[in-house]
Design a protein around this ligand. Structure first.
Ligand code: AMP
Ligand code: MG
Length: 325
């Protein structure tokens, strides 16, 4: 089901009254609040169970509103905004006075983007302000790509869920530190390094050169209930079957090139051949294997180019040591 005009009006009203709205974007569903309302922003952290030092992304209705939220915008940032918005690219820039420190985790920088989803854009237009939103899931768990995922995970914590169908991109936005003259990627996502470099006409600076904190880089993030282990592709089937024999309920991420392989495990997620389809389905596959009661997910990393970089990043974090926060 997709949101109607009356739903958009209702959601805008909830935001104006300081409530929380789950909204569809092309990347994942967001848990949104009025970006200028510190109490509403504080509730996002409460509902997610997210440490308040982890900054959020401010969603705006168009590149023409950028200067309402940030200061000192370098020419390269304007170029990226012009070329990629609306779209899965988040720019980190110097915070403007309208952005409360609650939304930036106390940082003097703020992350901003224009989502490429008709429902999100209609909500931004009806609301008129900025909507600050992280992904609409509990801290460190798998991001939601359908309205049902949000309802299941956050329940009454959200005042209103706008349904905009399944997310087209399926992984979070690419975050670029655009505060200086040499932009760098802080988190790989829906816009690829290759696409950014074509527009910039040069290579992007290595992430380590940035001093900005990137909470999405927490060792364990995007993690399902089942433990995730990563193995070399040539050992995938053997390792998965071995773990199953040892008593685990194993779910395996089976690449398209293995389609004919018969794997003796509890459950199989058959991966699509295209990286865009894999990204779109990634979080859904993790959730499905959880639902099928797997206690161990065995996967291999895809080739790390294009969208494969973002997929590999999420899989590594899903497999990372679990947080005790
Ligand atoms: P989420 O996708 O749910 O993790 O939420 C938004 C993400 O935006 C955070 O995890 C951060 O990685 C990133 N972010 C937001 N603001 C900033 C900032 N000022 N500097 C660096 N990263 C940021
Ligand atoms: Mg998240």
């Amino acid at each position: 089901m997709t949101a109607e005009v009356s739903d958009i009006e209702k959601a805008a009203g909830v935001l104006r009254r300081g409530g929380l709205v789950a909204l569809p974007t092309e990347t994942v569903y967001g848990l949104g609040a009025n970006a200028e309302d510190p109490a509403a922003v504080a509730r996002i952290f409460q509902v997610k169970g997210r440490p308040p030092s982890h900054p959020l992304i401010v969603h705006i209705g168009g590149a023409e509103h950028l200067d309402d939220w940030v200061q000192d915008v370098p020419a390269t940032a304007r170029l990226l905004a012009e070329r990629f918005w609306p779209g899965p690219l988040t720019l980190v820039l110097r915070r403007g006075p309208r952005v409360p420190l609650e939304a930036t985790g106390g940082l003097e920088t703020v992350a901003v983007r224009v989502p490429d989803h008709p429902v999100a854009l209609a909500l931004l237009s009806a609301f008129g302000g900025g909507i600050t939103a992280p992904s609409a899931n509990r801290f460190a768990s798998v991001s939601p790509t359908t309205a049902d995922h949000v309802r299941t995970e956050l329940g009454d914590g959200v005042d209103f869920v706008l349904d905009g169908g399944s997310c087209e991109v399926g992984v979070e936005s690419t975050i670029v530190d655009a505060t200086g003259d040499a932009p760098s990627i802080l988190r790989p996502g829906g816009v690829t390094r290759e696409e950014l470099e074509v527009v910039l006409g040069c290579s992007l600076a290595a992430p380590s050169t940035s001093r900005v904190r990137v909470p999405g880089q927490h060792p364990s993030h995007y993690a399902p209930g089942a433990r995730v282990v990563l193995v070399e592709p040539e050992k995938l089937v053997a390792e998965a079957e071995l773990a199953q024999e040892r008593g685990h309920r194993v779910g395996v991420f089976l690449p398209a090139s293995f389609a004919d392989a018969e794997v003796k495990v509890h459950a199989v997620a058959a991966l699509p051949a295209s990286m865009a389809d894999y990204a779109r389905g990634l979080y859904g596959f993790l959730r499905e294997l959880d639902q099928q009661d797997c206690d161990l997910i065995v996967a291999s990393l895809p080739v790390e180019e294009g969208l494969g970089v973002a997929i590999a990043n999420r899989l590594r974090r899903a497999a990372g040591p679990r947080a005790t926060v």
